[in-house]
Structure formats: structure tokens, C-alpha cells
Design a protein around this ligand. Sequence first.
Ligand SMILES: [Cu+2]
Length: 160
Amino acid sequence: MTALIRLRRHDHPQRSQRSRVAVMAGLGLLALAGVPASGQEAKLSPEERAAICAEAEPRLKDWLADHPIGEGTVAVAIWKEVFCPERLTVKAGRKVVFVNVEKRTSHSVWFRTDGRPESPRFFPDETFEQPADLAEGDHDYVCGPHPWMRGRLTVEGAPK
Ligand SMILES: [Cu+2]
């Protein structure tokens, strides 16, 4: 999808017709593949995401009060199908704990482009711990059941 959008944005005006066709074909393929073309991703503005993450903050704080995590472990909250924060930078060797602070929805964390297996689904109040044993650089992840949920973990100070 990103590639298609990029194609469209950088296309020359005289080629816009062709790019429109490419976008249409892409959307058709997405529909065939069963990927929700109008998932929450399409509906949420950056402001709405920020508002959701602002709501997630006290929920995460409450959770952490009952479940202390070690120094150097960084928490990412999941609330209303958004990873909060969606982008996080950690030093190599740190752990990232994903905390589901939803009321009833289960999620997974999947560093798919790194060839990692999908995490088990975890329910409200449950967590998934990701050791930051990834190479230095950006690592995108998604939620398996809700592929419009995306996040990026940037690891610093690891071998490339
Ligand atoms: Cu999910």
C-alpha cells in the first residue's frame, strides 16, 4: 500500500492515468487478499491516534503499578487497536514489553519483515516481551489479527 501511495505521489502528471489504474488494481488485489481496505488505519487521523494514546497512558500507569517491570524495560501499551507509542527507540539489549490495556480485544506482535514468528495472542492485562535482540536499525511490526495496527521499534547500538 505504501509503495502504491509513493508511486502515485511521485508520478508525473502525464502518467497519472496509468498510476490511477495501478492504484485501482492494487486495491482490487487487497480486496481479493481479504485485507480490509477500510481498516481503522484509514479512519484514524494523527490527532485521533494521539488522543487514543493519551487515554492509554493512565491505563498503562495503573497496570505498571501492579506489575512492576525491570529498569531498562520499556513498555508499549495497546489500546483501541493502536500501539502507544507507535515508534520507539531502545538501546540494544533492552526489553520491550507490550501491555494489552484493552477491555476485551486480544492482539499479537509480529516482527514479520524480520522473519520472526508471530507472538501468541495476548488478552487484556496480558503482555508480550520482545527482547531487543534485533539488529541496529528500524524494525516494523504489525498485529496479526489486525494488520492495520503497526509499530516501529528502532534499536540503537547493536551490530547492523
Ligand atoms: Cu491487534
